[in-house]
Design a protein. Structure first.
Lengths: 361, 361
DNA sequence: TTGTAGGCGTTATCAG
DNA sequence: CTGATAACGCCTACAA
C-alpha cells in the first residue's frame, strides 16, 4: 500500500476530493460541519498532504529562500532571525536552505526556484565569484548578503556587505597606532576573489599607507582541510607555523574571529602572553569572541542592519520598485582585551627566546 | 512565460520528451549523438528539471534524511559527514534538513517522508519527548541519535546515544575525587525529559552516592531566551547569578561545553581564577572547548562511532534484518585545564571576599 | 532507438 | 456548498 492521499480521505468521508482540499486549506465556501468531519478523519488517519504535489501545482507561493553557506558561521544566526521576521511581516514564507561547502549555491538556487516557485532569494555567505551565465538564468530577484565584493566595483546584481577592505584597513591602522610594525595575517586564499582577499588587501593597503610593506613571511593562508576553511584548527595551525618560523612579529590579524581563537590558543601554548607579547585581532564579531579569554578585538559587522537592508532591497526588487544596488554598511572596531601596545624590540626578542624551546621541543 | 520544461527542450531538439528524459537521466538506450545534442540545448537554455515533479513521480528514491535540530551544535558536523559518507557507500542519497527550535521534528519528518519518498531517517538532537501517535505514523525506519533517553527505559524505536546519566556521574565522581564538595550545576530544564534532566540526575546521583546532597541553591536552570537554550550567553548569565548569590562552591558542572565557556568568562570577570578558585567542567566535547583558555574539562562523546552505529542500525532496519535497538555508547572523560583540586575552605572564603566588590558593584 | 500516453497527488475551474 | 475534471512537469511502460 502506498501512502494515504487526499482521495483516500475523500472516500473515507464520502465526499469529493475538492471538498477535502477546501477543508485543508481553510477555504471559505465549505459547510462547517463537513469541514469538521473531514478534519477529524484527517487527524485519525494522520494524513499529511504531499508537498511535491502542492509545489507542482502552485504557481504563486509568496515565498523567498535564504541560501546559507557555511553552517558553522554563527554570525548568520541573528541575520536569519531578522530576515524571517521581516519577510513574514510582508506576508511571505521563508525557506531556509543550508548549502554545503561542496555544493554550488547558484545551482541550488536554480533548482529551488523551480521547485518552490520562489519570488526571490538571498545568498548568505559563500564565494562571490559566480558563473554569470548561470546567475543570469535566475529569473527572480536576488541579493548577495555578507558576501563581500571588490571595492568600488559595480555589479549588476544586488549586494549588501561591509566594506571588507576598508574595515580591515581600519583595524590595521589601529594596530599601527599601537606601535605595531611587524603585523602578521592569517587569511583564507588571497589569490581568489573572496573576503579573504579583500581583507588581505585592506591589510596590505594600510601597511603601505604607513610606509610599511607586507612581509610574505608573515602572510599565512590556511590550507583547506576537508571542505571547511573557517575552523579554529586552521587558525591554530597557521599561528603555530608562524611562531615556529621564528620570524618576529608583535601582532597578528586574523580575518575571522574563528581563526583568532585558534591563534590565541597557539600563542598561549607557546608560552607567550596576549596582548603583552603578541596582539591578536579578529574580524566578524561573533558571540564567542567576546567570551573568549582574552576577549577578542575585532571588527563587528552590523548583523541586524545588514539583514534589514537585504530584505528591503530584495522586496523593492520583487515589487519592481527598485533596481539592484550595492550597499556597503559601516562596521565597528571593537577594541577588547586581545590587543594592546606593541612591546619594545628588546623584550620582543626575549619573548622569542622563551618561546623557542617550546616550539622546537 | 512560465519556466522552461522538458517539453520545451523536446520541441527545441525536435525529439520526444522521453528522449530528453533519457538523456538527462543517463539512460543506456539512447543514441549518443541525440544525447549530446540534447545536453547541448539544455546547457544553452539553462534548463533545470523541476524537483517537485520528479519527487511526485518517483516511488523509490533510495534516499534517507538527517533531521538536525540545533543548528549551532558544532558537535553534529562530524557526525553528519560520517553518516553521509556511509549512506553514500550504500548507494543512498542523503537529504539534510535543519529543524528550527520552534518546529516539531516529527511533523517535519512526516512531511518529508511523503515529499521525498524517504526510505528512512535519523533524528539528530532535539527533545526526546515525542507524540507517540505521530511517531507511529512514520512508516519508514528511523533512529534517534544523540538524543538521550531515560536510563534503562526500553523504547520501541531505535536509539543511539551516550548514557548521559552515567557519564555525568563519572564527571562528578572525578570532581568529588578532587576534593570538591560544593558543586554547582548549570543545566537546561530539569523537569522535562531532556539531556538536561538526565545529566542533572547523574549529578544528583553521584552526590548522593558520596553522601552529599544537591543543594537547590547551586542548581541553575538556564532561562530560555528566544528559542535557543544552548548559548554562551545563558551559561554566562547563570554563572554570574551563581557568583552573585554568595553561595560558596568550588566547582561548577555545565551540562554543555557552550555553557562552560560562558561560565568561565563570568568567573574570570568576577576576578576569580580557573581552576584554582573554581573548577569548571562541560559536556559534549565540541572543538572549541579544547581551544578555550583554559581548555575545558569535559565528557567527549564519540561522534564518529555514534554516527556509524546510527547508520548501521538504520540500514539494518531498512533491510528488515534488524529491529529497533537502544545502543548506549561509552564516552570519555577528558580532564583538561579548567578543573583541578578543590581549594581549602579558608582560601575559598577569601576568594568570596575578593569577588564580592566586583559582583555587587 | 524513439515517441505517445497515462499517472504521480494536489489545487483550481467550472458546472451542478 | 459540492463534485468532476483538467492541469502542474516529469518518468516510464508500451508501442512503433
Amino acid at each position: 500500500m502506498g501512502e494515504t492521499t487526499i482521495r483516500d480521505i475523500a472516500r473515507l468521508c464520502g465526499v469529493g476530493v475538492s471538498t477535502v482540499s477546501r477543508a485543508i486549506n481553510n477555504h471559505p465556501d465549505i459547510n462547517p460541519t463537513t469541514r469538521r468531519k473531514i478534519m477529524e478523519v484527517i487527524a485519525e488517519t494522520g494524513f499529511v498532504p504531499n508537498n511535491s504535489a502542492i509545489n507542482l501545482k502552485k504557481s504563486d507561493a509568496r515565498s523567498i529562500a535564504l541560501l546559507i553557506k557555511g553552517i558553522t558561521n554563527q554570525f548568520f544566526n541573528r541575520m536569519i532571525q531578522v530576515m524571517e521576521d521581516r519577510a513574514q511581516k510582508l506576508g511571505y514564507t521563508t525557506i531556509l536552505r543550508h548549502v554545503e561547502a561542496r555544493e554550488d549555491e547558484v545551482q541550488v538556487a536554480l533548482q529551488l526556484v523551480k521547485e518552490k516557485r520562489l519570488r526571490g532569494l538571498v545568498f548568505l555567505g559563500g564565494n562571490f565569484t559566480h558563473d554569470e551565465v548561470m546567475l543570469r538564468q535566475l529569473k527572480v530577484p536576488f541579493v548577495f548578503s555578507t558576501v563581500g565584493m571588490p571595492q568600488g566595483e559595480q555589479t549588476w546584481y544586488a549586494n549588501v556587505a561591509v566594506d571588507d577592505r576598508l574595515e580591515s584597513e581600519k583595524l590595521i591602522d589601529y594596530l599601527i597606532g599601537q606601535g605595531h610594525r611587524r603585523i602578521a595575517i592569517i587569511t583564507d586564499a588571497v589569490s581568489v576573489p573572496s573576503v579573504g582577499q579583500l581583507r588581505y588587501q585592506g591589510y596590505s593597503d594600510a601597511l603601505r599607507r604607513h610606509g610599511l610593506t607586507a612581509d610574505p613571511k608573515l602572510v599565512r593562508e590556511v590550507v583547506p582541510n576537508g571542505n571547511e576553511h573557517y575552523t579554529i584548527e586552521n587558525g591554530y595551525e597557521e599561528a603555530r607555523k608562524l611562531l615556529a618560523s621564528d620570524e618576529p612579529f608583535t601582532a597578528v590579524f586574523c580575518i575571522a574571529d574563528i581563526f583568532a581563537i585558534g591563534a590565541c590558543r597557539a600563542i598561549l601554548d607557546a608560552g607567550l602572553r596576549i596582548p603583552e607579547d603578541i596582539s591578536v585581532t579578529g574580524y566578524d564579531g561573533i558571540a564567542i569572541g567576546n567570551f573568549y579569554a582574552p576577549r577578542i578585538t575585532t571588527i563587528v559587522q552590523p548583523a541586524e542592519e545588514m539583514a534589514e537592508e537585504t530584505i528591503r532591497l530584495l522586496f523593492d526588487m520583487i515589487g519592481k520598485k527598485g533596481k539592484p544596488e550595492t550597499i556597503l554598511m559601516p562596521a565597528e572596531l571593537a577594541v577588547r582585551e586581545s590587543s594592546g601596545p606593541a612591546k619594545s624590540n628588546a623584550s620582543q626578542q626575549a619573548a622569542g627566546d622563551v618561546a623557542s624551546p617550546l616550539l622546537h621541543g
